[in-house]
Ligand binder design. Sequence first.
Ligand SMILES: Cc1ncc(COP(=O)(O)O)c(C=O)c1O
Length: 420
Amino acid sequence: MTLISHKIALDVMSIRRDFPILEVKMRNNKDLVYLDSAATSQKPNSVLQAEARFYEQVNSGVHRGAHYLAELATDQYETARAKVANFVGAKPEQLVITKNATESLNLLAYAFATQNSSLLLKPGDEILVTEMEHHANLVPWQQVAEKTGAKLRWIPITPAGELDLSNISELINKKTKVISFTHMSNVLGTITPVAQIASLAKSVGAKVFLDACQSVPHMSVDFATLNVDAIVFSAHKMLGPLGVGMLVATEELLDEMPPFLTGGSMIEMVSMDKSTFAKAPKKFEAGTPNAAGIVATAAAVDYLNKIGMNNIQAHEEHLTEYLLAGLAQMPGVQVFAPNLIERGSPVSFAVAGVHPHDVGQVLDDDGIAIRVGHHCAWPLMKKLNVTATSRVSTYLYNEQSEIDAFLTSLERVRSFFGVK
Ligand SMILES: Cc1ncc(COP(=O)(O)O)c(C=O)c1O
């Protein structure tokens, strides 16, 4: 098999030394080839150390208590908030810290189904999503539709894996109150035309939310110029720890939305029969927050900034192009949406007659970790006429030689199952 050789833009060898998990041996004592970063990314030492350091030297409840440690913890929590906000072109007060992107999306959706909320939807209103949403950005909106009588509609996808905008001026109309869609498909890698959809949405006064889970870790995202009302993403996909999610929203939207979770830390005044609430972002941060987690997320942001988001994106583009060229030469292997106009690193494929779980298992024997399954996107699977796909996704620590190892292992799948 002859493949194109690409210049690698990053010093991947030195980056890899920062990720201790990449040294861990897999089944059969194989080296790890981690090609599942769209599910969750690996973490560099600086992130692991930042989290450990917080517990070793700072641990205390934030925004509670006047002792030294409480002040230190609060200070680090707020400094981390400012750094993460700045990373996506937002102000600190625009960033709500949640436990994952799924919670951030539920927080947004809740505002549209809550009595006394100025955003409460009614029968006749419309919510618009797309056919390529992760369940996290679909199920909450189904719930809103069910509770309010609003109608859930969706932008279909073309056979090429792009959003089909041929009917967009009918889909986005005066009844449309919310448009919530993915910036980058976690299955196909499609990057969606945000500017076009956002400007149409704004012309009818609809709120626009972007699921930026797959874009923020892999490309430069600037909330200030996106022309959307909110974006959501998760720390664990961008070198940060598990258990930290982000909601970045305009101050107007944050003011307008009712609190989602209630209790300690989010109040202004409490009496036995009622309470008033703090200003955002505190209004949305009930309970003791994962301070160690956001401090570690700030370390992840430092790491990404040091490498440079444009360099990371260019590196992944090289790897993806190399991967697609390799897959294109394999008989019996079908890539879903191989010719996207704009794409990120997730690549989904099928091997003729072989279930993705079997593909995953053979690769696993070679130490290669890819994702197989429905990727929390059942409607998209249905559209692709499959129940599951195999998915490769890369990040800044992947090398071209790992794509070679993957392709060699996939050849083994083909020969094992006799794929012609
Ligand atoms: C596009 C997209 N949206 C939302 C999510 C949900 O993120 P989390 O599970 O971190 O809440 C994911 C995670 O895979 C995703 O890829």
